[in-house]
Design a protein around this ligand. Structure first.
Ligand SMILES: Cc1cc2nc3c(=O)[nH]c(=O)nc-3n(C[C@H](O)[C@H](O)[C@H](O)COP(=O)(O)O)c2cc1C
Length: 208
């Protein structure tokens, strides 16, 4: 598929058929994710691939419990909001495959000069606005585009990270890695229609 076509075709897919995603295809998506740019070419990522439905059920249970713990029972309009949060945070449980993306700490070039300053690595990370997380974002977009290219649909998921600690335990993600985000993948049910996006004129600003 042409790159422009793949980019235009990508849309968040949350409803999947029962068809499995082959391990070879998942590996190819991760390979493409690993080609993304990263701070100091640190490639801080690791991709944990989950196809086991029991594990997905355990993850969904942990997320639901965390939502119930953090958000009280509400009534009226807010009850609908909570119901929507429940749905969008646990939607992954019906996906044939989910990829958890974790990151390990990185060393930037400017870290080498830290001993001459009063700054810490964390100060630099905040000043540079989390280049590690930005790197993960780049890799996830590659992964999403590769999924489309291979005939799948996918959805980037951060709502479930409300239970990050519990999910890290379930997935046995250990230091130095920390969980950053998730992607659900499968064959789309129906024909997903990409959402309307802002026109380029609205988002393009030439600084003169
Ligand atoms: C960082 C990030 C986090 C997201 N988290 C969720 C989520 O937790 N649950 C969900 O259903 N969709 C999630 N999405 C998908 C967005 O809702 C979706 O990208 C947005 O509505 C635009 O639709 P499109 O992807 O079809 O263009 C997330 C997207 C991004 C980029």
């Amino acid at each position: 598929m042409e790159l422009n076509e793949t980019i235009a075709k990508r849309t968040s897919v949350r409803n999947f058929t029962d068809e499995d995603v082959s391990i070879d295809d998942l590996k190819e998506m991760v390979r493409c994710a690993g080609l993304a740019p990263s701070i100091n070419n640190s490639q801080p990522w690791k991709f944990y691939v989950i196809t086991n439905q029991n594990i997905l059920q355990a993850m969904a249970k942990a997320v639901q419990m965390k939502i119930d713990e953090l958000f009280p029972d509400v009534s009226g309009k807010d009850a609908n909001v909570k119901a929507t949060i429940n749905i969008f945070s646990t939607i992954f449980v019906k996906a044939p495959a989910v990829i958890a993306v974790a990151a390990t700490p990185y060393e930037a070039l400017s870290d080498k000069l830290l001993s001459h300053t009063k700054l810490t690595h964390d100060d630099l990370n905040v000043l540079r606005f989390y280049p590690d997380i930005q790197s993960i974002g780049a890799s996830v977009e590659n992964l999403l585009l590769s999924a489309v290219d291979l005939g799948y649909g996918a959805c980037w998921l951060s709502g479930m990270l409300i239970a990050r600690t519990e999910l890290q335990e379930i997935l046995k993600i250990e230091t130095p890695y920390r969980l950053i985000t998730f992607v659900a993948i499968g064959k789309p049910e129906g024909k997903p229609v990409p959402k309307k996006k802002k026109k380029v004129e609205e988002i393009f600003q030439l600084i003169e």
